[in-house]
Design a protein around this ligand. Sequence first.
Ligand code: UDP
Length: 161
Amino acid sequence: MSVPERPRIKRALLKLSGEAFAEEGGFGLDPQSVKYLASEIVEVYKVGVETAVVIGGGNFVRGDAFSREAGIEPAVAHYMGMLATIINALALQEAIEKLGVFTRVMSAVEAQAVCETFIRRRALRHLEKGRIVILAGGTGNPFFTTDTAAALRAQELNADV
Ligand code: UDP
């Protein structure tokens, strides 16, 4: 019997758009979608890959569009988008932990009552300890997107993919 190969990928960073949390074309959170995402992520984790996930917020607010539609200050709308990612992150955290895997939510926008603040060295420590790290709050700066945050965190956390 052959010994299973160790995964060649040590650390992966996944970007999940807010859309993935909602029903097709929908708004907000769809519980079935959240459960599905959690199970897929846990499957990768169980192969032995250290896993970080950057979360989008477009299923609630996209800053540019919302500021135009609602006539509110663009920076505020962007912060609302960043806060939306925390809502998604908490939903995913609960769903993953129901599957028996430890997680930490770390946000670039401080939300002390519900999650940790992103600190690079602490995030690395969580990954080394086998926790799935769920990254919320984007970059913490308005006028960016969570895609930028994904590229940034992938570099900071030395992700292989
Ligand atoms: N956002 C921001 N700075 C960031 C990340 C996100 O201002 O670093 C805001 C921005 O308004 C964005 C919204 O949060 O439209 C939701 O993020 P994004 O559009 O990237 O979510 P996704 O498309 O991945 O669901």
